[in-house]
Design a protein around this ligand. Structure first.
Ligand SMILES: Nc1ncnc2c1ncn2[C@@H]1O[C@H](COP(=O)(O)OP(=O)(O)OP(=O)(O)O)[C@@H](O)[C@H]1O
Length: 298
């Protein structure tokens, strides 16, 4: 059973097709990044998953269940800034929520600890920094020991240290067995914390892949003399289509571990190799191509 499964999920707001036939799958125990530029349809999709808005068409299952009684029993969510009482402490806010949800009060201290807020839990919510507010929101989402966490842009608005803390916390939650679906418009962030990624643009899921696959496809840069003879050797070895570059350097579309063999072949043919360097794939470029060059992605 996959924790999240949507089938041709769609949402129209009047003439705006905010989400178009999105079929995505989040697998057990993974951190799944729902990545897309602003306005791509991420929040709308997450709101449909959580039953906050009704899909125009298509269906959703969370932890194997369709929307209905008990649908969100094992699901925690952090979406659209949770409401807390500003004059109560963070701890007291959680106590109110735990009472309301029928969760044992002892759980409050556990979740404060998980999000690293124990030290300041007695302070009024109104004195909290944005990062602390976000952590308290996550703590609230954890109260009922969810098996699935759905987080909308969990690091949005945080400073770099706050972002890093939040990433660590999310990875720790995943390590403890919780499946996480988070949305983000930051490629670097998704790359750092997610196992798999679904890329959405203009309401459509244009790719669903592992972060490892996104990272695959680097090239080996080779500078060799004489260039034309090197070209002949490399083409014979790899085929023309994998030998790219210009008149000064080659960019070979090969696996990184083939570098030594390429070097040996060239040197063996009496060619001087002056540069041999592995170049990581340009993830930003790949992402821009997938999203049709949307330019408001950091
Ligand atoms: N309640 C609504 N009424 C009308 N249009 C809406 C509504 N909610 C979202 N939209 C539109 O749907 C599209 C997708 O918005 P959505 O908020 O889902 O995108 P997003 O990917 O979450 O972007 P962001 O990162 O900016 O939050 C946008 O064009 C938005 O203007």
């Amino acid at each position: 059973m996959n924790p999240v499964e949507t089938t041709k999920l769609a949402k129209n707001f009047g003439d705006t097709k905010a989400v178009k036939n999105v079929s995505l799958t989040v697998r057990p125990g993974e951190v799944y990044g729902f990545l897309g530029p602003n306005g791509a349809g991420k929040t709308t999709t997450l709101r449909m998953l959580l039953g906050l808005i009704r899909p125009t068409s298509g269906s959703v299952r969370l932890l194997g269940k369709p929307p209905g009684p008990g649908y969100l029993d094992k699901v925690g969510a952090l979406i659209e800034g949770p409401a807390f009482y500003p004059y109560l402490s963070g701890r007291k806010n959680l106590v109110v929520l735990s009472d309301h949800a029928g969760v044992a009060r002892s759980r409050v201290d556990e979740v404060l600890d998980v999000v690293g807020l124990s030290g300041r839990s007695g302070d009024r919510y109104s004195t909290y920094s944005l990062g602390m507010k976000q952590r308290l929101g996550l703590a609230a989402a954890l109260l009922k020991k969810p098996e699935l966490l759905i987080l909308d842009e969990p690091t949005n608005g945080l400073d770099p240290a706050g972002m890093a803390d939040m990433r660590v916390t999310i990875r720790e939650l995943a390590a403890s067995g919780c499946t996480v679906l988070l949305s983000s418009h930051l490629l670097a962030e998704v790359e750092q914390i997610c196992d798999r990624v679904g890329v959405i643009t203009q309401g459509e899921l244009v790719a669903e892949t592992t972060v490892a696959e996104l990272r695959a496809g680097g090239t080996l840069r080779v500078v060799a003399h004489p260039h034309d003879r090197a070209q002949t050797v490399l083409s014979a070895l790899l085929g023309d289509e994998r030998v790219l570059g210009d008149s000064t350097a080659f960019d070979l579309e090969i696996e990184a571990d083939q570098a030594a063999k390429i070097n040996a072949e060239l040197v063996g043919a009496g060619i001087a190799v002056s540069e041999l360097r592995w170049r990581e794939p340009d993830l930003e470029q790949a992402f821009l191509e997938l999203t049709g060059g949307a330019h408001d992605v950091d």
